[in-house]
Design a protein around this ligand. Sequence first.
Ligand code: OGA
Ligand code: MN
Length: 293
Amino acid sequence: MGDPATVAESGFDVVPTGAAIGAEIVGLDLRALDDATFAALRQAWLKHQVLLFRGQTMSDDDLVAFAQRFGPLDRAPASEYDASGSQEKSRPDIWIISNVLEDGKPIGALGADEAEWHTDMSYVDAPPMASVLYSLEIPPTGGDTSFANMVAALEALPADLRAQIEGKTLNHDSSYTSTGQLRKGADPVTDVTQAPGARHPMIRTHPESGVQSLYLGRRRNGWVVGMDVAQSEALLDALWAHCASPRFAWTHQWRTGDLLIWDNRSANHRRDAFDASARRVMHRCQIKGDVPR
Ligand code: OGA
Ligand code: MN
């Protein structure tokens, strides 16, 4: 549990999840943060990689204002939007994650299916530094979101696997969403060596902390650049089997009014499926990041 001295100094309490990643911040209204409190919060975020705030009441303007304290916002690329085009109607700095249909069209992205382990938008040259997800409506069960500590996953990586990825680059396919949908305008991938996207080092160094982590994007259509495809597939399967271990993970069960911010450089996330007839509505911002090195 948090140290009461921390509360007195920074105005909030940091309660680690007890798992390999994440902490809950208790005692803050995110609509009213002074600079000193924000500076302390940013340090807690760098340390724990994922912060949870419960019981928040945030308008879209409040959400954008909070996210902008971390840095300039990124808008989701047009290819992330659902095929109906309904997402374009929302403001460009808020991305709706929802399965809800209006007039038969989804109001947001990602539907109700499982989202596989991934880090956001690793298929662009400069992926977001962070994503902020705020819950407005939550189904009675399902739709939990899990996070994995990729610093810990790298530290625990068997030496033979580490030797195989040291200095290697991975191709991150941009064709499919984390729920396996082909993006608007993309063609199905038949040869992973030709998949469109971006190439990044498989071990990246955090630009703020200097700590190394595994950086794998998502499993689907990954390719270790230059490697024979069968060898690349076997290596990626072994790496993902390692990373998916519960010992690196923490699972969040959502309530309405929860806000999560994750470090998209060093944490992976996934989402459980939920009943498609239930409503789940989240509003999301993302903060611009660096080219991974
Ligand atoms: C995302 C995402 C998970 C969720 O917003 O990037 O993966 O729980 N969402 O909806
Ligand atoms: Mn995501």
